[in-house]
Design a protein around this ligand. Structure first.
Ligand code: BTN
Length: 321
């Protein structure tokens, strides 16, 4: 049913009325199936569909779906050369899928964007959920030659790419160590990086990004979205802008490592010079003043017992209570 539901959604995406009969004819199925697909859109995907006797079905407003051609049209030369785009209507998780494909030899630069994830994953074992059409969820595969140990700081660099892209659209975002993007102090986007490979040899890295374009639906923390900030950029143009910046920063990171980005990260970061609390999956939280990051992207915190260094991993940071 989900495939038919997406086909019906593509027809209804123009925001106009379409009769059940016309859609049934166009899609080669019965009117009952079209009706069931409309229910799927409402009950499973959380969309509102108006149904008016004699006129058919329509969405409250036009709905923008991701399209490879529209994303490609916004890519600059570097990004167009490095990225291969794939779109999925519904998958479990773009990170999970790309990790599997990476192990099967998928090429460097493969991007997988999903309209809907049924098992989207966040950091620290959390879930990542998003209403259909309310955001961007995509992952990309990048193959590095610098070995796993040289990849500390990568998530900070990905954050820089997201901030640069959003600032092109006038959105004043900031970064929270290690890899959240904040708007007005609330989370706008998250990054999930999953690595496989050798300590010294080639590494395959799956970089997953989830970004709220509109209110994402029910989630377990206060979040921000672009629409509330008055930013009306379409999802295809936004994905292209993100990929343009990612192509740039990932190539430079590959060449020069995190040290080349350290100053810029400090300029974009929230909480620097402020009291923070770091929480771990095990053990007591640590309090102190966030001083900045070192050349590997580790966070430096001055506390009662002197300066401590925290590496990106099972740590989360917030303002001190
Ligand atoms: C976090 O802030 O905890 C990270 C969230 C990352 C979510 C993205 S959505 C696309 C990709 N696929 C996933 O399952 N997760 C990442």
């Amino acid at each position: 049913m989900k495939d038919l539901a997406f086909s019906v959604l593509r027809t209804l995406a123009d925001g106009r009325f379409h009769s059940g009969e016309a859609m049934a004819q166009q899609l080669g199925c019965s009117r009952t199936l079209v009706w069931q697909a409309v229910h799927h859109l409402e009950n499973e995907f959380g969309l509102t569909v108006f149904s008016v006797r004699g006129q058919g079905y329509r969405l409250p407003a036009p709905f923008s779906l991701l399209e490879v051609a529209a994303v490609r049209a916004g890519l600059d030369e570097r990004a167009a050369n490095v990225f291969t785009l794939a779109l999925a209507d519904e998958i479990d998780s773009s990170n999970t899928q790309l990790t599997t494909r990476a192990a099967q030899g998928a090429p460097h630069g493969l991007v997988l964007a999903a309209e809907r994830q049924t098992a989207g994953r966040g950091r620290l074992g959390r879930r990542w959920q998003m209403r259909l059409g309310a955001g961007l969820t995509f992952s990309l595969l990048w193959r590095f030659d610098r070995g796993l140990s040289g990849l500390a700081g990568l998530s900070l660099v990905v954050g820089i790419a997201i901030v640069r892209a959003l600032r092109e659209f006038g959105v004043p975002v900031a970064l929270k160590w290690p890899n959240d993007v904040l708007l007005d102090g609330r989370k706008l986007a998250g990054i999930l990086i999953e690595l496989s490979g050798d300590a010294l040899g080639p590494a395959a890295v799956v970089i997953g990004i989830g970004l709220n374009v509109e209110a994402p639906g029910e989630v377990d923390q206060p979040v921000a979205n672009l629409a509330d900030a008055g930013c009306k950029v379409g999802r295809n143009a936004l994905l292209a802008a993100l990929l343009n910046q990612l192509a740039k920063v990932l190539s430079q990171f590959d060449r020069d490592g995190f040290a080349a980005f350290r100053d810029e990260w400090h300029q974009l970061a929230a909480f620097i010079g402020q009291p923070v609390r770091l929480s771990f999956s095990h053990g007591e939280p640590a309090d102190g003043v966030a001083v900045g990051v070192d050349d590997s992207g580790a966070l430096l915190v001055d506390g009662a017992a002197g300066r401590r260094v925290f590496h990106v991993g099972e740590v989360s940071l917030r303002a001190a209570p």
